[in-house]
Design a protein around this ligand. Structure first.
Ligand SMILES: *Cc1c(COP(=O)(O)O)cnc(C)c1O
Length: 432
């Protein structure tokens, strides 16, 4: 009935998440409100690490891609599951440090890390730094020498795989700002250089082919290409690459038409492909890393809004406006992303209207979606937008000087605040 399996209708006819009535949540914490179901986060993490253990003999690590949704409470939950983290900025690193995250289980990413960020990553002792380009390698060498450190690095490689997803979230092809190209020899030259570097230790290779991918084949293909490169490095330079990081990108269900494979199937197939290829090429099994972001945070989240205006434009469309929009969920205006929504206080009723849900920002494109099946929504109703756990809070802004919503976690019938709602004083906090 709902796109996310954790949602249900309770005895009051209201939408419930994690055993909590969403209408009550809206009353208690106000709207807009991000709600994260802790059990869904934990279950997804376990699906990934358990299947990695099962199909890859425990020689792997799951690094949650914290850019999908980062706050200290999320870091604590990931740490308590024994999983690692992928961070892409000093802010994400700082969040992890402050949450007491074991930094040796953190991979540090970014296509244009600043010296300040590299220094911080070395200081806090991240597990590995994923180096994106040659100038970063040179800068990192200097920083490491100065700090008398020898950070472990991986190289981000563009494996040349075309994953069928939105252009803006495709990253594996040669025309991408991320990583070293294989075809041009750029990656091999960088490896040659790193192998002889005293101040960094080349530990692994990384690729991430895109996001919201439903096919398994591109992941298998990417693994094969990467292992081919690992074999070339071994044969030509006599150097064994120990780590293979295959990134994230596993697709989730936003609307009924989406048909993601169960996450464990990805891991099973990819593990088999890696094992078969290693045998063929005479390679030791590398330690495998994956970096799921959306697939961990996305299905766990919903956003609650209060309906304000309802505008019927005869023969054209009906606008139902909510008290949030592109400032808390910019994915429609960025990618034209689709969502499923339900009137939380009428969740048991038929969704017999098709409406455009609009935000309150001063942009005509500020929509949650068009042509969305919905119960008859009126002023004062609560709308829940489903599967908003990833790339919503983390991409939120203060556009129009809106205050960022609070984040609440629910777990087995209880709710707790994880991020407070911004106050008006927060809005002017840095103004002079
Ligand atoms: C964004 C990103 C991820 C996570 O992608 P999802 O689609 O959210 O799983 C993983 N690794 C890297 C390097 C990324 O940039």
């Amino acid at each position: 009935m709902f796109v996310s399996e954790n949602l249900s209708v309770n005895a009051a006819g209201h939408l419930a998440v994690g055993g909590v009535d969403t209408v009550e949540l809206a009353k208690e914490y106000g709207t807009p409100l991000y709600v994260m179901d802790e059990q869904v986060v934990r279950k997804s993490l376990r699906l990934f690490h358990d299947s990695m253990n099962k199909h890859y003999g425990g020689r792997g690590e799951v690094h949650y891609a914290s850019k999908a949704f980062s706050c200290m409470e999320m870091c604590r939950i990931v740490a308590s599951e024994g999983d690692g983290l992928d961070a892409v900025s000093i802010g994400e690193l700082y969040t992890a440090v402050k949450a007491g995250f074991p930094m040796e289980k953190v991979g540090f990413h970014g296509n244009n890390k600043t010296n300040e960020e590299l220094e911080y990553a070395v200081e806090v002792g991240v597990g590995h730094i994923i180096v994106d380009n040659i100038s970063e390698l040179h800068r990192l060498e200097k920083i490491a020498a100065k700090k008398n450190a020898q950070p472990k690095i991986m190289f981000r490689i563009k494996p040349g795989i075309d994953a069928h997803t939105h252009d803006f979230v495709r990253t594996g092809q040669i025309d991408s700002k991320f990583g070293f190209a294989l075809e041009t020899g750029e990656a091999f030259e960088a490896v040659k250089e790193a192998v002889s570097c005293k101040n960094v230790s080349l530990f692994g290779l990384h690729c991430h082919i895109g996001s919201q991918i439903f096919d398994i084949a591109p992941f298998e293909e990417a693994a094969k290409v990467m292992l081919g490169f690992i074999a070339k490095i071994k044969n030509e330079l006599g150097y064994e690459i120990e780590g293979l990081n295959l990134g994230g990108g596993f697709g989730i269900k936003y609307v009924d038409e989406n048909d993601p494979k169960p996450f464990e199937v990805y891991l099973e197939k990819v593990s088999e492909a890696v094992k078969a290829e290693c045998e063929k090429l005479g390679l030791k099994l590398p330690k495998m890393f994956i970096e799921p972001g959306r697939s961990i945070a996305g299905p766990a989240g919903i956003t609650l809004y209060t309906v304000g205006a309802r505008k019927v434009i005869p023969n054209i469309r009906t606008y139902v406006s909510v008290d949030g929009g592109m400032a808390d969920n910019p994915r429609y205006i960025l990618y034209g992303s689709e969502y499923d929504a339900v009137v939380a206080n009428k969740a048991g009723e038929e969704r017999n209207e098709k409406v455009t849900i609009a935000g309150k920002c001063c942009e005509s494109g500020d929509l949650i979606g068009e042509n969305m099946p919905l119960q008859h929504a009126e002023s004062g109703d609560i709308i829940a937008v489903c599967a908003t756990g990833a790339y919503n809070y983390s991409m939120s802004s203060n556009y129009n000087r809106l205050q960022k919503p609070a984040v609440v976690f629910v777990n087995n019938g209880k709710s707790r605040i994880a991020v407070k709602r911004e106050t008006l004083d927060d809005i002017i906090r840095n103004d002079i």
